[in-house]
Design a protein around this ligand. Sequence first.
Ligand SMILES: C[S@@+](CC[C@H](N)C(=O)[O-])C[C@H]1O[C@@H](n2cnc3c(N)ncnc32)[C@H](O)[C@@H]1O
Length: 220
Amino acid sequence: MSSYLNPELINLYKTIQTEVQELINDLQKHKNSAEYFQEIRKADREENYINWSNVQKASRFIYLNRTCFNGLYRVNSKGYFNVPFGKYLNPTICNEENLLACHKALKTTQIELADFSKILDFTEKGDFVYFDPPYVPLNETSDFTSYTKQGFNKHNQEELRNLCNELNKRGVFFMLSNSDTPFIHELYRDYKINLVFASRAINSAATKRGKITEVIIKNY
Ligand SMILES: C[S@@+](CC[C@H](N)C(=O)[O-])C[C@H]1O[C@@H](n2cnc3c(N)ncnc32)[C@H](O)[C@@H]1O
């Protein structure tokens, strides 16, 4: 399996689809303490993790997302989750209403863990595709590409643009979001590019939070 994909994320979506009540029940067990966080965080480094159920893994994913620093998802070069504890006073670890709404929305969805290029096998003229790829870093020190142990480099961004060209040729409508950077503007210069203001908690500089512009690219 390609290591830039995120099986933990796809497992979460599949679990919400098929075992949402079990997931909601499991989420009740978590505690918002630094010590407990470390226990849960290090689980993927231990041999026994392979025996965890899909529900337990999905529950861990949500727990870490809700309690880690800025809700960031980042793994190290070995693929182990490494975001520090967020020290939030009272994070909502189980948003039951939202999980049930997601469950309803995903009922008839086919969820696949696959490279973006696979979309060519699933689409035909008139279809609509939305891409939410890893964003181009805003500067050299930004580390937003590490959703998985391999990251997503300029070459991958170019491949994704080439795929968009192919979809465009086939009459498929596409929409894609990314960072507002010269590289992205140049890459998608043949398409419509709109700027949007996105409130991003995921920014290391507190002063910049909520003031980020991003781009929405469309071929229609
Ligand atoms: C900005 S995140 C999108 C998250 C998603 N919208 C969500 O909220 O669940 C980018 C995602 O792209 C995935 N990714 C990276 N390379 C990929 C590839 N070549 N094909 C498909 N997905 C890829 C990453 O694993 C990450 O989950």
